[in-house]
Ligand binder design. Structure first.
Ligand SMILES: CC(C)(COP(=O)(O)OP(=O)(O)OC[C@H]1O[C@@H](n2cnc3c(N)ncnc32)[C@H](O)[C@@H]1OP(=O)(O)O)[C@@H](O)C(=O)NCCC(=O)NCCS
Length: 344
């Protein structure tokens, strides 16, 4: 029997028990993961036993105790906080995995990103696309052609109807519904039992039937984590294009201080960035890109392509195969696979 892979649940709140439960289900069908316990920044939780497993310390403390890099899934329910912690854990070299409870019904062509959790008795209809580090909780229903961005969350019983969209970081409350072809904006919230019959703008909270916007965050309240997520996604592109899995980018990285960033690399970078973020840059914009800061500025002002990139889909089987085979630090993500297709 192949060796089981060490597995850490990042975060030890109430939802982490459900994650452990799903991993146990998964292991029953195919023994894959040796659950070591949880990591949590709260020192008061250290040593507590939750659903049969101990809290081992902060990610950095746990990393220092282990002889190999563990697999992980992040069980932090707050989408913005999850984005920050995932970035931190990835920088330790931990390996994200996708957990799909065996009871989930998944159509053949559904794409599911790495680090995503799909809970008990959910249903994912044909051509649904789920991004990275998303949470689709128990009894959720994701309609045909629906798109869920990275770090989104569908609470128990939530329904995303056909061809609708949840932008990055959006939260769908329990038993809430997004009508077909409508969009829940970036880091927006649709309250429990609410019904979105129109698009809900970025950063808004909407409640009721039909849902009305009651509150809008100032973008700055969530932009910090969003910006970090954007940088992290760009970094994955840079690592792939420059074939350097350890490359860390910052806003200051530019064509003048990074000699490998030549005109050929620029073409690949622009194409991959457009595919990753579903945007189109103009020729003039591309001609003025000199640094990562320029790319971030363009992304913040870019024209969104209404339809998701055709290079996005990755078959569920591939996501599962990546999860099951485990390729150490080189475990490909949805994004890198897309980019390879783009370059082929
Ligand atoms: C929408 C939501 C985010 C608002 O939270 P909040 O900002 O803390 O709002 P409050 O609880 O202070 O409520 C403010 C008002 O909105 C009303 N309200 C809150 N949520 C509502 C909902 N889902 N539907 C209808 N009205 C709602 C409250 O009754 C209150 O009304 P009042 O001012 O007349 O007393 C929250 O109520 C919600 O629905 N969250 C999703 C929870 C969920 O599904 N979690 C899943 C966990 S797995």
């Amino acid at each position: 029997m192949p060796k089981q892979r060490q597995f850490i649940v990042v975060g030890s709140g109430g939802f982490s028990k459900e994650v452990v439960w799903a991993v146990q289900h998964y292991n029953t069908a195919r023994p894959t993961y040796a659950i070591l316990g949880y990591c949590d920044d709260d020192p008061a939780k250290n040593g507590q036993v939750i659903y049969g497993y101990p809290v081992l310390g902060s990610p950095e403390e746990v990393d220092a105790q282990l002889s190999e890099k563990p697999c992980f899934i992040c069980s932090i329910g707050d989408n913005s906080a999850r984005a920050k912690v995932v970035e931190r854990v990835l920088s330790l070299g931990w390996i994200p995995v996708t957990i799909i409870d065996p009871s989930v019904i998944v159509a053949d062509d559904v794409a599911i990103g790495i680090g995503t959790y799909i809970g008990v008795h959910s249903i994912l209809c044909p051509n649904a696309r789920i991004g990275q580090y998303a949470i689709v909780n128990n009894f959720a229903s994701i309609g045909h052609d629906a798109v869920l961005g990275d770090f989104t969350q569908v609470s128990p019983g939530g329904r995303v109807l056909g061809a609708s969209m949840m932008d990055e970081g959006a939260l769908l409350g329990s038993n809430a519904v997004v009508l077909q072809m409508k969009k829940l904006g970036r880091y927006a919230t649709l309250g429990a039992c609410s019904f979105a019959m129109t698009d809900i703008p970025d950063y808004a909270t909407a409640i009721g039937v039909p849902a009305r916007v009651t509150f809008r965050h100032r973008p700055g309240m969530v932009l910090e984590s969003e910006g970090r997520t954007m940088l992290y996604r760009l970094q994955a592109i840079f690592r792939d294009i420059f074939d350097d899995p350890t490359l860390r980018i910052s806003e200051e990285l530019s064509v003048t201080n990074y000699p490998d960033w030549d005109s050929v690399a620029m073409v690949h970078l622009v194409l991959a960035t457009e595919a990753e973020f579903c945007v189109r840059f103009t020729t003039n914009e591309v001609a003025n890109i000199r640094s990562v800061a320029d790319l971030l500025h363009l992304l913040n002002n870019a024209r969104k392509i209404p339809e998701p990139s055709p290079t996005f889909p990755v078959l569920r089987e591939r996501a599962l195969a990546e999860t099951e085979q485990g390729e150490g630090d080189s475990t490909p993500t949805l994004g890198t696979t897309e980019r390879r297709e783009l370059r082929a």
